[in-house]
Design a protein around this ligand. Structure first.
Ligand SMILES: Nc1ncnc2c1ncn2[C@@H]1O[C@H](COP(=O)(O)OP(=O)(O)OP(=O)(O)O)[C@@H](O)[C@H]1O
Ligand SMILES: [Mg+2]
Length: 364
């Protein structure tokens, strides 16, 4: 398609830089440029614009974006930024814009961004879920992988999994993915990345699910700092409808910090010896604090049948959102690289996962 482009920027040098990228391509024509967003709104309709590139470092421009959506509902609006700012990027998306580009950008970057951002995130509130467990082997990774498959299947939306359980690389093994690029590189590079570039660090699992793999080697986990990971997570939220984070087991600044960032935290436990209920109990003080501050916390226990649920709820003094039945053979077969095919649809575990995925979708 051919695009009539309108550029809004108070800086003449920036207008000139951006115009230059379109100079040699007949597909794009810069039909008009403005310093002021008001003039763009008042005057550009005669140029039949298809694409607006608006400097959103300026808060007045940012506030005017809904007016563009009203006046030019068929045009694409992209924000342009000097440096990445997730809060601004979310506001652009919520205001009907497609996403943000970091200046300077080239034509390929612009084209890729339009393609990527057009996957349907526009106007949607992205949702972030963290999966926490007091101890290891809580069924967390199995739960996340299957929930991602079910959410994507029920909604057709885009789901990202971030494997931040940094000591291992389980999620890549579950999905039989070669971790060519991982969370180590993403956190190292994030300050220089635009969302389009970050997207290529998330490897495709299915056409709707992408995975940011855990470190290839245990010692690489030391290279990841919390602040950079927060950056990665927030930028990922401008690319996917759902972001699910697998966290290392145990209480640490890292895991609790990620839970505080999330919209919902899933506290995961698996019944093996019975002690696990006591371990979960130890997490309850943290859970109560989070709930006090308005965070949503859900408890999920694996290898628990429905009839045991009331007893565990009583011991915990808290409602359990879901229990997953013991299906060891099916789960271990699925976890050895075959999980992408999903669980046997008719099994009780698959049904329970579908129900929990539906609850997550409906709560949004
Ligand atoms: N519902 C279930 N029924 C039976 N076995 C299960 C179930 N869910 C998970 N498992 C098995 O329990 C083990 C641990 O599961 P999983 O790896 O998902 O837990 P995790 O909390 O991610 O563990 P880790 O701390 O090692 O990362 C795996 O062998 C898995 O196959
Ligand atoms: Mg795990």
């Amino acid at each position: 398609m051919a695009y009539n482009v309108v550029i809004v920027d108070n800086d003449d040098a920036k207008i000139s830089d951006i115009s230059t990228i379109f100079r040699r391509t007949p597909e794009y024509t810069v039909v008009s440029t403005y310093h002021e967003v008001k003039s763009a709104l008042g005057q550009s309709s005669m140029f039949k614009p298809d694409l607006f590139l608006i400097n959103v470092d300026n808060s007045g421009n940012l506030d005017a974006l809904p007016a563009f959506e009203d006046l030019f509902p068929d045009a694409i609006v992209l924000g342009t930024l000097k440096q990445w700012d997730s809060d601004i990027a979310f506001q652009v998306i919520r205001s009907g814009g497609l996403g943000c580009l970091i200046k300077p950008f080239g034509l390929d970057e612009l084209k890729n961004s339009i393609k990527l951002f057009s996957r349907g995130i526009k106007g949607v509130k992205p949702r972030l879920f963290s999966f926490f467990s007091a101890k290891g082997r809580s069924g967390k990774t199995t739960l996340i992988a299957n929930l991602a498959l079910s959410i994507a299947q029920q909604t057709g939306d885009l789901v990202a999994i971030i494997d931040a359980d940094l000591q291992f690389n389980d999620m890549a093994i579950f999905f039989d993915i070669e971790p060519t690029i991982t969370i180590v590189e993403a956190t190292r590079d994030v300050r220089f990345l635009s969302p389009t570039k970050l997207n290529s660090y998330f490897l495709p699992v299915t056409d709707k699910i992408q995975l940011l793999c855990g470190p290839k080697k245990l010692e690489y986990s030391e290279l990841i700092d919390m602040e950079s990971l927060l950056h990665v997570v927030r930028m990922a939220q401008t690319l996917f409808h759902y972001v699910l984070i697998d966290l290392p087991p145990g209480f640490s600044q890292f895991s609790t910090g990620m839970c505080e960032l999330a919209d919902d935290t899933f506290m995961c436990g698996m019944l093996n010896t019975g002690f696990e209920v006591e371990h979960m109990k130890r997490s309850m003080s943290l859970l109560n604090i989070w709930e006090h501050y308005g965070k949503k916390v859900e408890i999920v226990f694996s290898r628990v049948s429905d009839d045991l649920k009331p007893n565990i709820e009583k011991r915990l003094g808290h409602k359990i959102t879901a229990v997953m039945p013991n299906e060891f053979l099916m789960v271990s077969a699925a976890n050895s690289g075959k999980i992408r095919d999903g669980l046997d649809r008719d099994s009780l575990l698959a049904r329970k996962i579908r129900e929990l995925a539906k609850k997550i979708i409906d709560d949004g």
